[in-house]
Design a protein around this ligand. Sequence first.
Ligand code: 4AD
Ligand code: MG
Length: 429
Amino acid sequence: MEFEKIKNALKKKEGERTKIRGWIYRKRKSGKIIFVVIRDSTGIIQVIIEKNKVTEKEFADAKKALIESSVEVEGIIHEDERAPGGREIHATAFNVVGFAEEFPITEYQSVEFLLDNRHLWLRSRKMTETMKLKAYMLRFIREWFDENDFWEVTPSVITMNAAEGGATVFSFDYFGQEAYLSQTAQMYLEALIFSLERVWSLTPSFRAEKSRTRRHLIEYWHLEAEEAWVRNEENMKLQEEMISYVCQNIAKKCKEQLEFVGRNPEDLMVIEPPFKRIKYRDAIKILQEKGFDIQWGDDFGAPHERALVEGEDKPIFITNFPVESKAFYMKIAPDGKTVECADMLAPEGYGEIIGGSEREEDIKSMIERLKKEGANIENYEWYFDLRRYGSVPHSGFGLGMERLLCWIAKLEHIRDATPFPRLLRRAYP
Ligand code: 4AD
Ligand code: MG
């Protein structure tokens, strides 16, 4: 008999045979019966091992095997309301593949302990279902880009440009030259639109964020797109269509995972275009009316973002931020004071999930702004070439995959949106 996944075993009828393999998730003994719950990538199932129904060695091994031991089980399906999933296996064979030592993780553990043991904590069911959701998100995003005529490209993450400002860039010695870990693939994507017109990429991005928050990782998965011939408004349309596509597909196809993380699929089914657009200037007014001490020019913190989405069940865009508050490459609006940009804020206070803008075409304006940041202009010469040789209006955006997952999976902290989180004082394991 071939091995099957637990998910399939749970669909079988009383008296049918099954053969599964996985890890011991829970275990208890009562006289001549051993109850173990086995997990694999698809679920958990209870197994009953009775003396005399398996060989003596098998029974002794089952008795000895600790939690997280890897095992193979053959047996007969028995319907039982009390068992998880309504079925259990009465073992006819029980083989321990690898005896586990005493598992360090028990029921109540501190966050730090679980982070130290992240390589083991990844086996928890919450982490497992969260990682599946992330994989589904990536699958649906790929589908959406394919259907909308975007080319996937593979930019480098070693760069000489700190496009998002020097404050959060990691620098290192590149054979005697100063180089950086990429904060964004944007500039490279901009170069690629002159041949491919619509491109997207998924790369790690690095931000040396000195602040500890629930929303910042040092290394995160950055999904970015860039489109030729597109202005800010159409850029926002693409974003709201993509996010809606992902949310609705997750709602329809990931019910099991959503239930596990406590997200009602209905919350995601209602996500559809258009999303509300609010100008920064009006957002400031709204916040002042809500009693915040905030003026034109100030950045939004988490409390501001939460207040702005109060009562919203869909994401919203905040557009036209002040020139000084945004990166050098954003196109200055006709008012001269703001840029043609949009931040997408997730509902429920999960904060900014997308940052996007139309790109500046005027080289002088970019140089002026770069100088204010103290950037090395020489390193941007290649970028200015893009404006010199057949420039076109173009726009793009960047989505933090972990930020999106936090919202979709209702995670309290962004560290749980990635298997091995890089945090202010943690790069181990
Ligand atoms: O708003 P950001 O900084 O924009 C850019 O990097 C643009 N160059 C993107 C583009 O237009 N191609 O970052 C984009 C998104 C944010 O909205 C957020 O979702 C995520 O990246 N992000 C982070 N996610 C986790 N941890 C951090 N430290 C993040 N910083 C940004
Ligand atoms: Mg941003």
